[in-house]
Ligand binder design. Sequence first.
Ligand SMILES: NC(=O)c1ccc[n+]([C@@H]2O[C@H](COP(=O)([O-])OP(=O)(O)OC[C@H]3O[C@@H](n4cnc5c(N)ncnc54)[C@H](OP(=O)(O)O)[C@@H]3O)[C@@H](O)[C@H]2O)c1
Length: 331
Amino acid sequence: MNNDFKAYVVREDKEGIFSAKIETKGLDELPLNEITIKVEYSSLNYKDALSSLGNKGVTKKYPHTPGIDAAGIVVSSSSKKFSKGDQVIVTGYDLGMNTSGGFSEYIRVPSDWVIKLPKLISLKYAMAIGTAGLTAGLCVDLLEKNNGIKNKQAIVTGSTGGVGSVAIQLLSNLGAEVTAVTGKNESREFATMLGAHTVISRDELLEKFRQPLSKGIYDIGVDVVGGETLSGLLTCLNRDGVIACCGNVGGANFSTSVFPFILRGNKLLGVDSAERELDQKELLWKKLSRDWKISDIDKFTRTVRLSDLEREIQKIYEGKQIGRIIVSIKS
Ligand SMILES: NC(=O)c1ccc[n+]([C@@H]2O[C@H](COP(=O)([O-])OP(=O)(O)OC[C@H]3O[C@@H](n4cnc5c(N)ncnc54)[C@H](OP(=O)(O)O)[C@@H]3O)[C@@H](O)[C@H]2O)c1
C-alpha cells in the first residue's frame, strides 16, 4: 500500500483566518485506531461546513480534514469484527470533527464507529443517505413510534436541504401527506417531485403561527430550523402531535408556552444521530436498505469531487444546497 494519499486539509493561517486545499498526507499522520479504510465516497453535511470554515465548537484544532461521513473498504484491521476487503460505513461520532475525516482517500477509526455495509445497498447509496439521511430516518422512526405516519399530516422544514429532502421521501413513502417548507421559491418542484403534497414558503408558514396556540394543522413534523420556526410549529400541532427537532439553521433559541403540552398532549422530541449507539445505527441502516429504501438516489443527489468542495461547502453554509451532495473520493 502506498503510504501517501490525498486529503482536503483546512489550515488556520492566522488566528481566525482559514484556508483549504487538497494536500498529500502520509498514513502515519492518521490517528492510531483499529480500522484503516480506503474511502470511496463521503458526503457533505452542514456540520462539515462549520468544521471547514473554522467553527471551533465543531473542530478545535487545525490543520484538519473534515468529513463526518465515509463509506469505503477496509484495508487493515486489528479488530476481529472486520477484515481486509469489508465494505463499511462510518457516520458521526468524532469523525471529521477532531478526528481526521472522510474528505480524504483514507481514514483510521475505532472499530466501534464502523458498520458493515448492508447487503442491499452500495457505498454510493450509503453516502446519498449519510448523516443527514440517517438523521431524517431517526426523526421518522421517532414520529412513527409516537404518533404513526400513515395518513398523518406531516410538516418538514428546510425541506430542500439534506435532512429535509430525505425526510420528505421517507414520510411520503410511508403514507403521510407532507407539507414541505422551503426558502427556495425555485425549488418547489423539487420538493413535489420528492413526494411533498403541498409546498409553502417560510413566510407562509410564519403566517400560520399565533401564540400561545394556533389552529391545529399538523400531526407530525421534522424540524431542522429551530428558532422562531420551532416556536411556531409547536403552536399548530393537532392533538397528540409530535415534532422531531434536529437542527438549528434558523436559530438555537426558541420559546414556547406549556399549552401545546398540557392542552393538546403534544411532544417535542430531540434527535442526535452522531452519538447514537452503534447497534441503533445498524438497525436504522437495515431499515434504510430494505423497507425504507429510496428507489432512485439520482433524483435528490449530486456527485462532486474533492476539488469541488470549497465551492460546495460555501453553498451549504449559506443554505443554498438542494438535496444531498455525494463526494466521490476515487480519482
Ligand atoms: N441532530 C442531529 O443529529 C443532526 C444531524 C444532521 C444535521 N443536523 C442539523 O440539521 C440542520 C440541517 O442539516 P442539513 O445537513 O440538512 O443542512 P442543509 O442541507 O444545509 O439543509 C438546511 C436547509 O434549511 C433551510 N434553511 C437554511 N437556512 C435557513 C434559515 N435561516 N431559516 C430557515 N431555513 C433555513 C434551507 O432549506 P430551504 O431553502 O428548503 O428552506 C437549507 O437547505 C443543521 O442545523 C444540522 O446541524 C443535526
